[in-house]
Design a protein around this ligand. Sequence first.
Ligand code: GDP
Ligand code: MG
Length: 334
Amino acid sequence: MGFFDKIKRAFTGEETPEETEVQVQEKYDKGLEKTRKTFGERMNELFANFRTVDEDFFEELEETLIGADVGFETAIKITESLRQEVKLRNAKKPAEIQNAIIEKLVELYEQEGIDEVNELNIQEDGLTVILFVGVNGVGKTTSIGKLAHQYKLEGKKVLLAAADTFRAGAIDQLVVWGERAEVEVVRGKAGGDPAAVVYDAIEKAKEQEADILLVDTAGRLQNKVNLMNELEKIKRVIQRELPEAPHEILLVLDATTGQNAMVQAKQFKETTDVTGLVLTKLDGTAKGGIVLAIRNELHLPVKLVGLGEGIDDLEPFDPNDFVIGLFKGLLKEA
Ligand code: GDP
Ligand code: MG
């Protein structure tokens, strides 16, 4: 089933075959309430305020899209292709092209995501090492705690490495998450060498035949060179012990920071082999358009999304569910 059909179905409230699918969709709906409301409100205002589709309308549309954090390039791209579409259809009233706009957004989103792998690269046999990187406060430690909990529930043996040794508080925070998720945390002294902690963690993971090792790292960007060197060193230590690892380097981004998150992503991408994104705090933003910007401008797959502060508020990223959440209610019944 295509994106558009799925959205339509969600809009008309038709039954979904699997119950789990419905539950995940509900979670997305709830987490994206703010985003949808504002994105939807803005779009609805736009459609209400214009009587004819003219150049002013397109300018306003562009601004609306930029305001929703879809990114500058993406906003231009969408608006440009809509100009063509309107000409083709010879549409005069905004309402006539409302569905076309949504279709276009979905289509563009779909195109850019071809070949995108949203699943985490988890080894069937042996240890999977996942490194979490990102600036302070984006939600690295919280996401690790949530993910540890999920794998633990799946019956996997999980270990955490407290390689954010920069602040004592950071280690303690991971230990608290370890307790919540009931998984062991390998830690060193505050101010110690993060690579040494990672080394210990890998040794321990091998000893215990663990399935998953999640590595927390520091994110102080005020010293970018040091930070990148530190990440490189951690990576080297991992690769010496396990040549194929790390299996994922996940960059954590705070969705509420909008274009700032995009800048961080570009910086990290330049110096680190980021394999995917964790987009946190989607519950707290009215600007879900950032997911479109990420697709169009970064070409990094979103792998996980944070939809709240609780231990269960982490979901695998499902592009279908996401666009449904974003555009639901905007489609007009034909
Ligand atoms: P770190 O510095 O990258 O390790 O960030 P933390 O894991 O310490 O998270 C910083 C703050 O963001 C904490 O108060 C978390 O509770 C909060 N947080 C993390 N993820 C989410 C999320 O998905 N939604 C919301 N609302 N808050 C989050
Ligand atoms: Mg942290």
